[in-house]
Ligand binder design. Sequence first.
Ligand SMILES: [Zn+2]
Length: 77
Amino acid sequence: MTCFICKGRTRNGFSTFTTDMGNCIIIIKNVPSQICAQCGEVSYDAGVARRLEQIADAVRRSALTEIAVVNYTERAA
Ligand SMILES: [Zn+2]
């Protein structure tokens, strides 16, 4: 893939995705990502992005804490 910001080369890796859902902040670790070698921009393929939305939604509905930390690899199965 090519970075959509700087057009640099991306490599496969893992990153941490953080989203603020209003009532809670959700941190999803070990997300498979494309990481730009040049500027460090992180992007996800369509399947991963969809899964992140599903995980965030499920966590938001069940979260009792203001900050929830989940592991992508455990949730993606
Ligand atoms: Zn870049």
